[in-house]
Design a protein around this ligand. Structure first.
Ligand code: CA
Length: 229
């Protein structure tokens, strides 16, 4: 069930919004001041926040700004003054939408639903993209644990895959053999840092055209390795 936080000092309006949202299966909490609204927004997990502009304590502008510093959830701002809409836009506070009072509660519910589905699509896209790493000719599918070099699939052992993925996820960062060993192998596993060298060699044989001139995993003499982008 999606959770909504309403920060609104006019209790009658807050209750009306809550009733309509609950009819659409949302779980709704209300805070009546800017300060309490902000602390609740930051301490609990909400899917969307409906924020009134004129509030006792801290005003909606400030509440919006402070929530945005910490959270990327959709923020719907409401105001009694039409002029405020321009002000909200002008300040670039990162609010996702604005509504001017009075508005119909069903319009509010429709907007809340629209923002939630847009946000969910966005998250799903990010999630999908995060599971695929593509750097020049290399494509790593983390979910399926498959690696393609210029479109051709190559077989990698578990540790080779983990090592390649770790380096590719941290491009241009130089890691020592010790760091890589700690990262990929269990602390108490058999082997030593020479294992890292052996695995790098095997990975290079699969991904590099010329292993004596690596284009992807560079050796930084005396330091370690880095995945070059
Ligand atoms: Ca108000």
């Amino acid at each position: 069930m999606n959770r909504v936080l309403i920060i609104e000092d006019e209790q009658a309006i807050a209750e009306l919004e809550k009733d309509y949202l609950e009819l659409s299966d949302f779980s709704v909490d209300i805070e009546n001041s800017g300060d309490t609204g902000l602390s609740r927004a930051l301490s609990e997990e909400y899917d969307i926040i409906i924020l009134d502009l004129m509030l006792p304590g801290m005003d909606g502008f400030e509440v919006c700004r402070r929530i945005r510093e910490k959270k990327q959830i959709p923020l719907l701002m409401v105001s009694a003054k039409k002029d405020d809409v321009d002000k909200i836009r002008g300040l670039g506070l990162g609010a996702d939408d604005y509504m001017t009072k009075p508005f119909s509660p069903s319009e509010l519910v429709a907007r809340v639903k629209a923002h939630l589905s847009r946000y969910e699509r966005l998250m799903a896209t990010n999630q999908k993209q995060n599971d695929i790493i593509e750097i020049r000719g290399i494509k790593i599918d983390k979910t399926a644990r498959r690696v393609f070099i210029d479109g051709e699939e190559k077989a990698f052992t578990t540790k080779e895959f983990d090592l390649l993925t770790f380096l590719a996820e941290n491009p241009n960062h130089v890691f020592s053999k010790e760091e890589l060993f700690r990262e990929i192998w269990d602390m108490d596993s058999i082997g030593d840092i020479a294992t890292v060298t052996v695995h790098i060699k095997k990975i290079r044989e699969k991904i590099e055209i010329d292993t004596s001139k690596p284009q992807y995993i560079e050796t930084i003499w005396g330091v370690g390795y880095r995945f070059k982008v």
